[in-house]
Design a protein around this ligand. Structure first.
Ligand code: ADP
Length: 399
């Protein structure tokens, strides 16, 4: 079975063709500058790589057509014809309260996705455009599935997802914590259960997805019970350029002082804050580590603030669940930075977490990085959101 996984943005589109049964990746790539000029990237094992070559892409439909052309290309393709694509899985950022799992896309589902646009005005329209482009190019016979970043978190109880605001904001305007990165948290939780040889139902897990965007999730018995991102992905930890949680009183104060309107303020919080804002150096943790080594104290402070934020969430979620069996590290920083994992999970012996510095000295592969006698296991698990999307898509397409 071959599943085409699509992650459509407003001017870009990432794709992978993979087999969900074997996990084998046949080809992957990227369409960029859609609506501007169009650049196409394609990579497949043993085939010629296309690196940002010019392909006209006035709309997402031409981008999807370029993907299909490359996949079936006589010389560099990986399949004989489009018929070998069994289904298409789309990453959709926001499913609101309407979707607590992946769904087969129908006209009714498309309507519900449109209804979610106000909740994710930057992301959902692009996701919908990607779905429409696939329908236009591939026809209605190829099943398409929507996999939501928010769905996994729909199991949170009200005490975790409600904000202490007038209740009408929730009832009338759907203001609540939704959480994101759900596909990643779900995937690593499943892998953790496999690594520990226990059913997910018996495990209390804390999953730390630490990348450019970061979130931590408490997973009790296979269900998300709390997560650090909120109504939008701006909440929780300080991130590459996002502020994370802050005192809302600061907004009025800074807006008055700096003469900013609310859109400009939100732009600062989303794009000029986080570790970039504190360090003044970079949003990339590798740059920060290097800058700190060269004596830049603010770069060190930014990393310290981030690590401290993750450590506090681990403590909070262990308390919320009444214990924890395993802590998982995933995504760019979680998979690669041994020093940050040690800074975060070190010093937690009081709650049964004992790191093994040597075992921790790895990157990018499934490993236990806690000491043999650690009561709480600490796991490094590379995330694979595309595979999770392909698995869900295959299951729904098979009916
Ligand atoms: P996203 O998918 O949210 O864009 P990623 O999960 O790819 O982000 O993570 C990107 C982050 O991972 C960057 O800040 C990058 O610096 C960090 N990263 C990658 N490799 C390392 C490393 N070896 N040490 C520290 N950070 C790393």
């Amino acid at each position: 079975m071959n599943i085409l996984v699509i992650n459509a943005g407003s001017s870009s589109l990432k794709y992978q063709l993979l087999n969900p049964e074997t996990g084998v990746l046949l080809a992957k790539g990227l369409c960029e500058r859609i609506g501007i000029d169009g650049k196409f990237t394609y990579k497949a094992e043993g085939k010629e790589t296309l690196d940002a070559v010019d392909v006209a892409m006035p709309t997402h439909s031409e981008a999807i057509q370029a993907v299909l052309n490359a996949l079936v290309d006589a010389k560099n393709g990986v399949i004989g014809s489009m018929k070998e694509i069994d289904a298409v899985g789309h990453r959709v950022v926001h499913g609101g309260e309407a979707f607590n799992q992946s769904v087969l896309i129908t006209d009714e589902v498309m309507k519900a996705l449109e209804d979610c646009i106000p909740l994710a005005p930057l992301h959902n329209p692009a996701n919908i455009t990607g779905i429409n482009a696939c329908t236009a190019v591939m026809g209605k016979d190829v099943p398409q599935v929507a996999v939501f970043d928010t769905a996994f978190h729909q199991t949170m109880p009200p005490k975790a997802y409600m904000y202490a605001l007038p209740y009408a904001y929730y009832e009338e305007d759907k203001v609540r914590r939704y959480g994101f990165h759900g596909t990643s948290h779900k995937y690593v939780a499943g892998r953790a259960a496999a690594m520990l040889g226990k059913p997910a139902e018996q495990l209390k897990l804390i999953s730390c997805h630490l990348g450019n965007g970061s979130s931590v999730t408490a997973i009790d018995g296979g269900r998300s019970v709390d997560t650090s991102m909120g109504f939008t992905p701006l909440a929780g930890l300080p991130m590459g350029t996002r502020s994370g949680d802050l005192d809302a009183g600061i907004l009025q104060y800074v807006m008055n002082k700096q003469g900013l309107n609310i859109d400009q303020m939100l732009d600062v919080l989303n794009k000029k804050s986080g570790v970039q804002g504190v360090s003044g150096v970079s949003s990339d943790f590798r740059d920060l580590e290097n800058a700190f080594k060269d004596g830049n104290q603010r770069a060190g402070l930014a990393v310290d603030m981030f690590n401290y934020g993750v450590k506090k969430l681990i403590g909070a979620y262990a308390a919320a669940m009444g214990g924890v069996d395993a802590i998982i590290f995933t995504a760019g920083v979680g998979e690669n930075s041994a020093s940050q994992r040690l800074a975060i999970a070190g010093g937690l012996e009081f709650m049964g977490v004992k790191m093994d510095a040597e075992a921790n000295n790895v990157r990018g592969r499934e490993t236990v990085i806690s000491a043999a006698d650690s009561q709480v296991k600490v796991l490094l698990i590379p995330t694979n959101e595309e595979l999770m999307i392909a698995v869900d898509t295959a299951a729904l397409a098979k009916g």
